[in-house]
Design a protein around this ligand. Structure first.
Ligand SMILES: [Zn+2]
Length: 93
């Protein structure tokens, strides 16, 4: 977050806006958590843990909109469907 969500003043290193006094610390904490979750989601995708990647992406999207999380959600859904199809193909003659 580079600007105050209330008055759009440029934020320096302080979570409290120097112009209007709005406290953005909660929003900054969410942004930091999302950044960690996004790295986890990508790592989970990389190791083929589709269900965990899917759940992590859902947690991210519950916190804030994220094109990366939306992509992880789509990809993990496709991979889960593909793995279900493989299981069915093995079961069916
Ligand atoms: Zn402000």
């Amino acid at each position: 977050m580079e600007r105050c969500p209330v008055c759009r003043a440029r934020l320096k290193d302080e979570p409290v806006c120097h112009r209007c006094g709005a406290d953005s610390s909660v929003l900054l904490a969410i942004e930091a958590e999302v950044a960690v979750l996004e790295r986890q989601a990508v790592a989970l995708l990389g190791t083929g843990k589709w269900i965990e990647a899917h759940r992590t992406a859902e947690r991210i999207l519950a916190l804030q909109s994220s094109p990366l999380a939306a992509a992880v959600l789509d990809l993990s859904r496709q991979e889960l469907i593909a793995s279900e199809v493989q299981v069915l193909e093995r079961l069916l003659p």
